[in-house]
Design a protein around this ligand. Structure first.
Ligand SMILES: [Mg+2]
Length: 315
């Protein structure tokens, strides 16, 4: 384990500016923030853990060694555990099923996806029943329907109703059946005044066959065609985490994000006003993590979840 000076002081102004609501009173004042820095990061005070999935809990379809046991130990000690992913293609139930299959006990609502967070955001912005045109997969469609939205997908070629001339919002995530006609419809609705929401802006993601275009590549095309910047829900933007903190009443001072990427997980946590722990079981090496600065700098770094667990539980 490597303890690092907390970036709280550096980030404090940014955090308060972004969302002072989530800043715990204990770290709102500069004096207390300084004390927080001097005393090092207090792992024992943490009650709530929000885990990234890929590179932290699993790698592909395989659980990372010690991950399931670590979560079980945290839960046995009374800690609450949540899971947070930018992946918008699958439903919360799909992820819950996969997590249970590797032996991890949890409730499906404790998986926060960029789709479920998008639904939370839209439920707050619009009164149901509102309408949405979706470029994306089942994860988005299911999440929006669950809050009573009227969801349109596809294009005229596959039955899109030609008398639909306007919708309240356009939601874009990963869509493996993306077409020019979908792009044209999204552009049309946005130019007519529909809100534009991106589940996330991951430009690419890795597969067994190499890197492939991610949701961000599709979002960029809609942004270019419409000339409108989207509201971004997923990491590294703070909305998804902020919505989770609010939904589950998690105090900023006792809640931590655990991730494997500096530019998504760690930056997102700091922008949302909570600390961030890095494990080096995913994309970021210890050498790279130690060089990180500003919002990319983790509050502490561990080789794996068992090491983090050991430090948190003090055993
Ligand atoms: Mg990851």
């Amino acid at each position: 384990m490597v303890f690092l000076p907390s970036p709280m002081t550096h980030n404090l102004a940014v955090q308060i500016m972004l969302n002072s609501f989530y800043m715990n009173d204990d770290i709102k004042s500069n004096n207390q923030a300084a004390e927080f820095n001097q005393s090092g990061f207090n792992l024992r005070a943490l009650d709530n853990f929000i885990f990234d999935l890929d590179g932290v809990i699993w790698r592909g379809n395989t659980a990372i060694e010690g991950a399931v046991e670590s979560v079980a130990r945290l839960r046995a000690a009374g800690k609450r555990c949540f899971y947070c992913t930018n992946n918008s293609s699958r439903t919360q139930s799909d992820f819950a099923t996969r997590l249970k299959a590797i032996g991890l006990e949890m409730e499906k609502q404790h998986v926060i996806t960029s789709s479920s967070a998008t639904a939370l955001y839209l439920a707050d912005q619009f009164k149901a029943p509102f309408s949405a045109y979706v470029i994306g997969g089942e994860g988005i469609v299911t999440a929006l329907q669950s809050i009573g939205a009227q969801v349109f997908t596809g294009s005229e070629a596959d039955g899109f109703p030609s008398d639909t001339t306007a919708v309240d919002c356009v939601v874009v995530g990963i869509d493996r059946a993306f077409t020019y006609d979908k792009l044209r419809l999204a552009q049309h609705f946005i130019l007519k005044g529909a809100g534009f929401i991106a589940t996330n802006r991951d430009a690419t993601f890795p597969t067994e066959n190499g890197v492939v275009p991610g949701a961000g590549s599709l979002v960029a095309s809609v942004e270019t065609a419409s000339g409108v910047h989207p509201v971004e829900i997923g990491k590294p933007q703070p909305l998804m985490l902020q919505l989770a903190l609010e939904q589950f009443h998690l105090p900023a001072a006792t809640t931590v994000m655990v991730g494997d990427r500096l530019d998504t997980d760690i930056a997102c946590a700091h922008r949302a006003g909570i600390p961030a722990l890095l494990v080096t079981t995913g994309v970021t090496t210890m050498a790279v993590a130690l060089e990180a600065t500003g919002e990319y700098k983790p509050d502490a770094i561990f080789e794996n979840l068992p090491a983090m667990c050991h430090a948190v539980l003090g055993d």
